[in-house]
Design a binder for this molecule. Structure first.
Ligand SMILES: Nc1ncnc2c1ncn2[C@@H]1O[C@H](COP(=O)(O)OP(=O)(O)OP(=O)(O)O)[C@@H](O)[C@H]1O
Ligand SMILES: [Mg+2]
Length: 511
């Protein structure tokens, strides 16, 4: 018998004639953590969808051996029964169902023919407690929660399934540092129970921390596989991009002008629990050409703040917005875009894209009138713009008319950024702009941010990646528990520690 739990050999997967996977191998021992690395669009998610039979046997070529025997699964059900459990990159929770109902979706506990809510709630609560998420009310609809909690619910759902191999596709992109630590500890615990794991992440520090072995793929090709002990992050990057990446952050001179944008007294309350304040009287100004980083822990209220400014916060809220000294009303995103206030949202799937429309249609969506003459769309002009954007951002797509949902996660993100840039913003809010984006493409996005700053656009960048905030911001605001807790000029003396300390230091109540 083979001592591998899993052997994938020479996997080939085509989408309408284009090879997304071109003969890839992947091997996993029982209890081994394999880090799967590669740029956006390299084929990581596709490889895992082949394994879990999202793409059933017969829709790809090559061979999968599971515990030494050929695996020819026709459905996810079959691979789950075999012990292969996948947590997808894009979350699959049903917002209207409760946390417990989601965790037990498709394998509900019944008693005498009826759903046994008591048993499901108890087991769900146990799983959430294992993830140190005891404060989550498992009877509440999932829509009540956001960010890291959703990701952890998805993980709890997988834990309930008795996996021999757990596949985590970008599990930490919505997690805070603490939540990520919880997750990594959990994987170490599973490892002791001989559960293996394929861990996909663009955060290579996590790969370094958790992986026994690293497999790198590029453009659908197998590049190499080696024990982590023989690798470094720089070596992995080198294998991923095929060249050295020496600089992580571009440094480009840009002039900072006068204050062009100001918000005063942003207050937001929880939509379901209006007693609870999410954003507590935050005011700030941004100058033309200034890159204002907004740091804080995940869940500090930064996304709520940004959506209030952009006119789509769902709960009770109030704020004053000033553009060039004049108060304006931003009642919805359309009004915001008209005033030149644009936003790239955090939750791409919920707010950023229309999944079934083409890549191109998604890119030009916000500026269609520009291509319309006498009620007709000038398709040639629109197409030229789309082509230009796809080139400028390096969006990997076989064709601009492909549904955007078929692009890899990182490439969808580039398309969303592109869409907002076309709207010629004066103020651009970027909420976690590099989430799920590979190292090379990150650099491109930073360069773009500098380019926009040079044009005098005021940039507000929310990011949970401290090195990124420190790497490109001119000034950094720190938000903690909904309050503004720090305002620092990023003059080279600012550190992660200072930011964290500020985030955790409760503001003195005014006398
Ligand atoms: N359903 C589909 N139809 C057409 N092309 C697809 C489909 N799914 C994936 N592709 C293409 O296959 C390639 C690999 O995509 P995949 O999602 O596996 O990349 P990835 O390595 O997971 O990237 P990321 O880091 O951005 O998540 C991409 O070029 C993508 O556009
Ligand atoms: Mg992917």
């Amino acid at each position: 018998m083979s001592d591998y739990l899993l052997e994938m050999k020479g996997i080939v997967k085509e989408f309408s004639g284009v090879k997304a996977l071109d003969g890839i191998d992947l091997k996993v021992h029982p209890g081994e953590v394999v880090g799967l690395c590669g740029e956006n669009g390299a084929g990581k998610s596709t490889m895992m969808k082949v394994l879990s039979a999202v793409y059933p046997y017969g829709t790809w070529d090559g061979e999968i051996l599971w515990e030494g025997k050929p695996l020819q699964a026709a459905s996810i059900r079959e691979t789950e029964d075999a012990g292969i459990v996948i947590i997808h990159q894009e979350l699959m929770l049903v917002p209207e169902l409760s946390v417990a109902e989601n965790i037990f979706l498709g394998r509900e506990i019944t008693n005498g023919g009826f759903l046994d809510y008591e048993a499901m709630n108890a087991e769900a609560a146990r799983l959430m407690a294992e993830l140190k998420m005891s404060h989550v009310n498992v009877a509440m609809p999932v829509s009540h929660y956001s960010g890291g909690v959703l990701q952890l619910i998805e993980i709890a759902k997988a834990l309930g399934k008795n996996a021999k191999l757990l596949i985590l596709d970008e599990p930490s992109s919505a997690l805070s540092q603490t939540e990520t630590e919880i997750l990594l500890d959990l994987i170490r615990g599973l490892k002791h129970r001989n559960v293996a794991c394929v861990y996909i992440s663009h955060k290579l520090e996590e790969i370094e921390a958790i992986a026994d072995t690293v497999t790198v793929i590029r453009d659908g090709q197998f590049i190499g596989s080696a024990p982590m002990s023989e690798l470094t992050i720089d070596k992995i990057i080198n294998m991923m991009v095929g060249r050295e990446l020496t600089e992580k952050y571009p440094h480009e001179e840009h002039t900072i002008g006068d204050v062009i944008f100001e918000v005063r007294h942003i207050n937001c309350y929880d939509p379901l629990n209006p007693q609870m304040k999410k954003v507590d009287d935050v005011s700030f100004q941004v100058r033309a050409g200034e890159i204002l980083g907004i740091a804080g822990l995940v869940g500090a209220g930064r996304t709520e703040m940004a959506s209030a400014i952009f006119g789509y916060y769902k709960g009770p809220h109030s704020l004053e917005v000033y553009l060039n000294g004049e108060q304006i009303s931003v009642k919805d995103p359309e009004a915001a875009v008209k005033h030149g206030i644009c936003m790239v949202p955090e939750d791409r799937k919920r707010h950023g894209i229309v999944p079934l429309l083409g890549v191109g249609q998604n890119i030009t969506m916000a500026v269609l009138p520009r291509f319309t003459q006498g009620g007709l769309i000038n398709e040639a002009a629109e197409f030229a713009t789309i082509r230009g954007e796809i080139d400028r951002m390096g969006i990997k797509t076989a064709s601009p008319v492909l549904a955007i949902a078929s692009l890899s996660g990182g490439n969808q993100q580039k398309a969303v950024v592109s869409k907002m840039l076309l709207a010629n913003p004066r103020v651009l809010i970027l909420d976690e702009p590099t989430r799920g984006v590979d190292v090379g493409a990150k650099y491109e996005i930073y360069k773009l941010i500098y380019e926009l700053a040079k044009q005098g656009i005021a940039i507000i960048m929310i990011s949970s990646e401290m090195p990124e905030v420190l790497g490109i911001s001119d000034r950094v605001l720190v938000i903690g528990e909904g309050q503004l807790r720090g305002d620092f000029v990023n003059d080279g003396t600012l550190t992660q520690e200072k930011i964290l300390t500020a985030a955790l230091t409760r503001r003195q109540m005014a006398a």
